[in-house]
Design a protein around this ligand. Structure first.
Ligand code: COA
Length: 270
């Protein structure tokens, strides 16, 4: 389904496409954007369309309302969830987390307020994470008698390391934005009022780059994470070859050479 057709009609998600940027908003502010079954199904549809949309260069994921990006799985559904075999089947058929990781465009998470449980797990499926200074991060699963099931036990240590992950998962210690920054959980922390402008500037910056280049960089890093160095270098060579042999590449290189001085100064804050 074309991403533009998704701009209306979802219960839990808002989707908006502006030029080549797709904005996905978790939209249950009354429940701090808790992730429920409906949201899973809505996200599954939207992420599939985004993945297949050649005109989308960048995706931004954010939460509606003032209080939270996402306060984790919807606890009110815990007692009404379908029996394990049924939910396992749906999970296979609607692998939202696999889909998140399969999106070829760079995905930016815009994080404010509570970023808990599935909220962190969603953010970890994104490529760049910008947080506002009041954001708080935690994985309360241990207190609920469960363990993360949306990739958190795998994506968190790959991002912040083993010790920090074990501390957060075993003790349910929540961390603030500054600590998240120093742990490498987020790329940048800004004031609440600067969050949206910062994310939009970054999204526009990425969207202005040739999509083959941004997608190839993401692919090299994502696929490389599970390869040996030798295999990774091999893959990088193939991707570089693909970029060089693409029709627009030579014009881009030429333009960049001419504009080299300007490019060197392209270090303005996000
Ligand atoms: N699932 C379902 N509803 C949730 C929710 C969740 N994970 N988190 C918050 N909500 C709802 C609350 O039930 C409340 O709804 P109500 O106004 O109809 O009662 C509303 O969101 C606001 O939350 P509230 O608890 O009143 O806000 P608070 O400021 O007192 O506390 C939190 C905020 C995030 C600390 C608290 O809501 C909380 O601990 N949430 C659960 C976090 C969690 O364990 N997530 C699951 C991880 S696996």
């Amino acid at each position: 389904m074309c991403a533009r057709r998704l701009e209306s009609g979802f219960q839990t998600i808002l989707f908006e496409k502006r030029q080549s940027i797709g904005y996905v908003t978790l939209n249950r502010p009354e429940a701090l954007n808790a992730y429920n079954v409906r949201m899973r199904d809505d996200l599954y549809e939207i992420l599939g369309a985004i993945r297949d949309d050649p005109d989308l260069n960048v995706v931004v994921l954010k939460g509606a309302g003032d209080r939270a990006f996402c306060a984790g799985a919807d606890l009110s559904e815990f007692l009404t969830a379908p029996p394990p075999p049924a939910s396992r089947q749906v999970r296979w058929e609607r692998d939202v987390w696999g889909l998140f990781l399969a999106i070829p465009q760079p995905v930016i998470a815009s994080l404010h307020g509570y970023v808990l449980g599935s909220g962190i797990e969603m953010a970890l499926c994104c490529d760049l994470r910008i947080a506002s200074e009041e954001a708080r991060f935690g994985l309360p699963e241990v207190t609920l008698g469960i363990i993360p099931a949306a990739g958190g036990s795998q994506t968190l240590p790959r991002t912040v390391g083993r010790a920090k992950s074990l501390e957060m998962l075993l003790t349910n210690r929540w961390i603030d934005a500054r600590e998240a920054l120093s742990a490498g959980l987020v790329n940048r922390v800004v004031s609440r009022q600067d969050l949206t402008p910062t994310v939009e500037r970054l999204a526009n910056q990425l969207a202005s780059r040739p999509r083959l280049i941004t997608r190839s960089i993401k692919e090299a890093i994502s696929r490389g994470a599970s390869l040996s160095l030798t295999e990774g270098l091999d893959m990088e060579r193939r991707l570089a070859q693909r970029v060089l042999s693409s029709s627009g590449a030579l014009q881009v290189i030429e333009a960049n050479m001419l504009d080299r001085a300007a490019r060197f100064h392209d270090t303005s804050p996000l």
